[in-house]
Design a protein around this ligand. Sequence first.
Ligand code: FAD
Length: 411
Amino acid sequence: MSEAGIVILGAGQGGFQAAASLRDCGYAGRLVLVGDEPGLPYQRPPLSKAYMKSEAGIEQIELRAGAFYADHRIELVNARATAIDRPGQRLLLEDGTALPYAHLILATGARNRPLPVPGHDLAGVYYLRTLADADALKGKLAVARRVVVIGAGFIGLEFAAVARALGHEVTVLEGAGRVLARAVSPEMSAFFAHAHAAMGTKLVLGAGVVGLEGEGGHVTGVATGDGTVHPADFVLVGIGVVPNVELAAAAGLEVANGIVVDAHLATMDPAISALGDAVAYPSRFAAKDGTTHVRLESVQNAADQARSLAHRLTGRVSPFDAVPWFWSDQADLKLQMVGLAAATDSAVLRGDPASRRFSVFRFRDGVLTAIESVNRPADHMLGRRLLAGTPAITPAQAADESFELKSLLAK
Ligand SMILES: Cc1cc2nc3c(=O)[nH]c(=O)nc-3n(C[C@H](O)[C@H](O)[C@H](O)COP(=O)(O)OP(=O)(O)OC[C@H]3O[C@@H](n4cnc5c(N)ncnc54)[C@H](O)[C@@H]3O)c2cc1C
């Protein structure tokens, strides 16, 4: 009978970090990391950035080289898990193996939201979540000329910037009235819309996609509700993700836009915890409009939750309370966000967008909730420190560039 140690399901950013941090924290028992993607665990952010531009290869994006796993006695199992046997404390794999666990960590991440229109299954329609997706797209970028990107979120816009830099004709179709609508202020959306137009990308807002057209089984265009067909040699769909919660739900764990966990990342089963993109957790940064839980999709969230959980499982118990932050690189623009703003939070500009170095400070009832910065890392780093406590900055101070933000930090 094999030892029942800690089993981690999902060998992505969060699953990897949980394994590495457990060893850092002194966990000495059996440690198994199960993932269904081939190869070693890798970082996803470069897939739409340096890796897509061929500025980084596979070795640069792998989280660690193969020797790390042997050195740290982390058993990597490449398989798909099909069920959680909670009474028996076993994770069942597709080949019939049952992995016993003393504790199970669910780090199953998210998958692409499929495009729900006719023609979605034509050849030449791509998504971008995995290394395999990125390799398929890179192959296409080497030959095709006209790409239509559906969705002006981070992945769509990052890919659009790369495709334009490579000389492709790029059209971005966005159903909402502004780009990055779920993530940033209207002011920041306007800046990025302008920046992409200046790169030569055709950006169409309020463009509801109604179908994909094709010839011989291959996509040739994207039809929008106004009757326009946007010609395409290939299409990238970037319309968000859905959390991988099915195994948790089938095992009777609570699921509501993510696997529901408490402030310690524990599910309702004391032998199962969860983290990363798949998880809804209680956060003091939630929008306070009745919502208490948030589900975040970022490296920081997955990695910080993994570290927090490793501490708990090795006896250092404290609730997860990290300040959320995120970044996105689009051409020469580095966007960094810290905190979580609600759509209705006010926006105060610090610096001039025309200089391509500015920040937008978000406030709710006069209290700072988030900072969005373009090419201004000092504002972002300061925001992380401010938001970790109770930020005492006023909108007038945020707007006044002569006001020293550092003076707000506790001495
Ligand atoms: C192209 C791209 C660019 C991004 N850029 C940024 C960025 O700039 N900044 C940022 O902060 N974040 C970025 N992100 C988001 C970030 O990568 C994710 O938030 C992060 O990877 C989440 O980690 P995770 O461990 O929760 O999930 P994942 O990294 O998705 O890992 C989950 C793993 O679990 C596996 N799995 C799921 N179910 C099973 C099963 N039943 N059996 C076996 N294996 C299973 C999945 O296949 C996957 O490998 C980007 C994501 C993408 C796709």
